[in-house]
Write a protein that binds this ligand. Structure first.
Ligand code: AMP
Ligand code: GLY
Length: 425
């Protein structure tokens, strides 16, 4: 079959890498892809948000399966557009994608179906939000309702900063219309984990657990980023917690959506806080996580095409996922300055040397090819993933490979996986 992957980051390289191992896949296209993706897929110069051009490409090239990486095209209804033309595509419809694109919608579903999450209120008027925050006190979390490129969530330790956040989002409109409403939420204490689950609208199959590292600097300090590294499995997700996530969160969410007239097909990504009182939903996303996928897919033994096609065709109950018992750790190598300003175009040295190590896979997030060499072209540049018999081994292995790679002003966190080590004792 011919497969089209939409997007240009490390997550999309991971999808292409896994698909290229499938005996069912003859040809992979990526739109727009990146330098690293180009080594195993034909990159086509179409923006991930240009839905008419993507539809035309899929139609003209008789694409048998399209997999969407980022949330924006999903929120804009790419699945509706493709499905109307009978072009098979993996992901939720625009209406179902509101679980990510509207935090107030996600909260409504959670409230209606008793899905454990932080207590919250939604406001369309900044004065009402301010009154509520004053009554609640800090710490408290202020969230822009709509998509804000991962920057719309502001955890506040003081009342003053919470009031400032409301001003920024609702009055100054720094995230545009995404700030027409705010969700003001209880601050949850605990450790975070991500569960990405396949859904065909009725059956839900969770993938292996993982944990992201969202902050830029070691010890979870500094600004939020797209994610500086990940590991899988996440020891904080014990078997008992895992059962709770399945029974109290994933299944009721898919069932609740169905009852509300919305069939949810694709990936349901639950961003969770594992609290003293059990798992609580921080957010839902309507797609694979990045960099979580870089540690989850290398552990999946099953051909990815199987669960993906089963979600589209509605027979996920026939699928069984097989997992590699080993652990995976991914260290993201970024351009110095990220998530703020950074320079591009730096030659990357040592890739081949690092890839010679066994059980190392390097996923390109922001690279381009120039004169047969890779150069940096984004904030997050590479995700270096290692498999190991346990998390400590995988960490050591990942950093051995990272140390072989270099580019000017390279930056990466040195503490990926440390929370798992603490928990493992
Ligand atoms: P999000 O963009 O929704 O993933 O939120 C970004 C980060 O903000 C999360 O990864 C958490 O670290 C933090 N966060 C969001 N909501 C809460 C909450 N209710 N309590 C504590 N931290 C939160
Ligand atoms: N790892 C965070 C995200 O994919 O949203």
């Amino acid at each position: 079959m011919k497969v089209l992957v939409i997007g240009s980051g490390g997550r999309e390289h991971t999808l292409v890498w896994k698909l290229s191992q499938s005996p069912k896949v003859e040809k992979i296209y990526a739109a727009p892809g990146n330098g690293g993706i180009a080594s195993s897929a034909s990159c086509v110069d179409i923006n991930a948000n240009d839905i008419p051009a993507l539809k035309k490409f899929a139609d003209d090239n008789k694409i048998d399966l399209t997999i969407v990486g980022p949330e924006d095209p999903l929120a804009q209804g790419i699945v509706d557009v493709f499905t109307e033309k009978d072009l098979p595509i993996f992901g939720p419809t625009g209406s179902a994608a509101r679980i990510e694109s509207s935090k107030s919608f996600a909260k409504e579903i959670m409230k209606k179906y008793d899905i454990p999450t932080a207590a919250s209120e939604t406001f369309e008027n900044s004065d009402d939000a301010v009154d509520y925050i004053k009554a609640q006190g800090a710490p408290i979390v202020i969230k822009a309702d709509g998509l804000a490129a991962g920057k719309g969530v502001i955890p506040c330790t003081t009342m003053e900063s919470a009031l400032e956040a409301v001003q920024k989002i609702m009055v100054d409109k720094v995230f545009g219309d995404a700030g027409n409403k705010v969700v003001v939420e209880e601050f949850l204490e605990g450790e975070e984990a991500s569960i990405l689950a396949f859904s065909d609208g009725s059956t839900v199959i969770p993938m292996a657990s993982s944990q992201d590292h969202k902050r830029a600097y070691d010890n979870d300090e500094g600004p939020n980023t797209g994610g500086m590294g990940a590991y899988s499995p996440a020891p904080v997700v014990t078997d008992e917690i895992s059962d709770d996530i399945y029974c109290k969160i994933l299944v009721p969410t898919i069932e609740g959506m169905k009852e509300s007239g919305i069939e949810y097909k694709g990936i349901l990504y639950a961003g969770l806080m594992i609290t003293e009182n059990g798992p609580r939903v921080i957010e839902f996303n309507c797609r694979f996580g990045d960099p979580e996928l870089q540690v989850v897919l290398p552990r999946l033994k099953t051909d990815l095409v199987e669960p993906v096609m089963a979600c589209i065709n509605g027979n996920l109950d026939q699928v069984h996922l097989e997992w590699d018992p080993r652990a995976a750790v991914c260290v993201v190598m970024a351009s110095g300055g990220y998530p703020g300003k950074y320079e591009k175009g730096k030659p990357i040295e040592g890739l081949a040397n690092a890839e010679e190590e066994s059980d190392i896979t390097i996923f390109h997030a922001g690279t381009a090819q120039k004169d047969d060499k890779y150069i940096t072209s984004g904030g997050r540049v590479l995700g270096v993933t290692a498999l190991g018999n346990d998390i400590p081994t995988a960490i050591e292995h990942a950093y051995t490979a990272v140390n072989k790679i270099n580019f000017e002003n390279v930056y990466y966190r040195k503490d990926i996986g440390q929370k798992a080590l603490k928990r493992l004792g």
